[in-house]
Design a protein around this ligand. Structure first.
Ligand code: FMN
Length: 339
């Protein structure tokens, strides 16, 4: 599988909707990922969960991430993911959120290497597309579990490993210790992706150089900030103009309404207003104003009145996008925030 740039857009529950992934590809991400999808939900045919398997024509290459702890159920889920058109099946061994870890899934599997290897073996045996694993360093602070389990996962069939070198206990505190990523790179002969605290091209370059990793993954820095993706990919420099920010936000709003339906999108989008308009780009009160508005139509109107020049940019962006089809409709919102 060929990935056109060394930048991967991170899977983020409650963020990585299609609109986010499509935008990430447009700004230079070489690979985009769905948020984690419950293998149990897929295997039960849960309608909401199945919605995660709708894939847009302009998303490829795309990884769909699954989580669970039963090898057989994970294999069945992987087959469904492959049938849906994903280019890669990613397995989540990193989620630190209790709702997931208490079921034996996510980061918990780092402490149960035999089970983790069984999961990878079954999943890799079930599909023809490559299978990758995303993990944290371990459960407890200072843990080096990822270094012990990593090579075993490769033997079990993982074609690539992504490491977010924080412990599950750390959640998002402290910093990602990429010296561990460098150690992992030395231990395995498959591509390793470095995840954690990459926010600029300078940092991306440093992580690539000091760890020898194949690619960097960008998460929080990309929230409401596709220009960071463009900067890290080496395509853009400098801050975007206000009109451009508003145009991208409006396109994101419209795409998200198509995916989630207007009612769900209205709530889902609120956090994105701050992400797009913050960073000193617009006065603080403006975001508060948008969050208080009831309908998406009012939000659009208010945004356009703040930056009228956005209209022509938006028309151009919409003309360039492939036509939305019914595969975009009603994608569910994640109930597992935090990843
Ligand atoms: C809101 C949020 C949701 C996340 N959801 C997932 C997820 O579903 N699966 C996953 O493997 N990682 C998830 N993560 C972790 C990210 O993929 C990434 O590893 C982490 O944020 C560190 O990278 P960053 O510093 O670039 O954000 C999530 C992170 C955030 C902030």
């Amino acid at each position: 599988m060929e990935i056109p740039t060394r930048l991967v857009l991170a899977p983020m529950a409650g963020v990585s909707v299609q609109a986010f992934r499509r935008q990430g590809r447009r700004f230079g991400a070489g690979l985009v990922c769905s948020e984690m999808v419950s293998c149990a939900g897929l295997s039960h045919g849960n309608e909401r969960t199945l919605g995660y398997l709708r894939i847009g024509v302009d998303e490829h290459p795309l990884a769909v991430q699954i989580f669970g702890s039963e090898a057989g159920v994970m294999a069945e889920a992987a087959r469904m993911v492959e049938a849906a058109g994903a280019d890669l099946v990613d397995i989540n061994f990193g989620c630190p959120v209790r709702k997931v870890t208490k079921t034996g899934a996510g980061a918990t599997l780092l402490e149960d290497p035999d089970r983790a290897c069984r999961v990878v073996e079954h999943v890799a045996g079930a599909v023809d597309v490559p299978v990758s694993v995303k993990m944290r360093r371990g459960l407890e602070d200072g843990s080096r579990a990822a270094l012990t389990i990593g090579p075993r996962l490769v033997d079990a069939g993982a074609a690539s490993l992504t490491l977010h070198p924080r412990s599950a206990r750390q959640m998002y505190t402290g910093s990602a210790d990429h010296s561990l990523t460098a150690e992992l790179v030395d231990l395995v002969d498959v591509p390793v992706v470095a995840s954690g605290d990459v926010t600029s091209r300078a940092e991306a370059t440093a992580v690539l150089r000091t760890t020898g990793c194949a690619a960097v993954m960008v998460g929080r820095a990309a929230q409401g900030n596709p220009w960071a993706v463009g900067e890290i990919a080496g395509r853009l420099d400098g801050e975007p103009a206000r009109e451009e920010i508003v145009a991208e936000l409006l396109l994101f709003v419209r795409d998200t309404v198509l995916e989630l339906g207007e009612q769900r999108a209205a709530g889902f989008l609120k956090k994105f207003y701050g992400w797009y308009l913050g960073r000193g780009r617009f006065p603080k009160g403006f975001k508060q104003e948008l969050v208080r508005l009831d309908s998406v139509a009012e939000v659009e109107e208010r945004l356009l009145s703040a930056a009228p020049g956005a209209k022509v940019i938006l028309s151009r962006l919409e003309a360039e996008a492939p036509p939305a089809d019914d595969t975009l409709l009603h994608l569910p919102i994640s109930i597992y925030s935090g990843g």
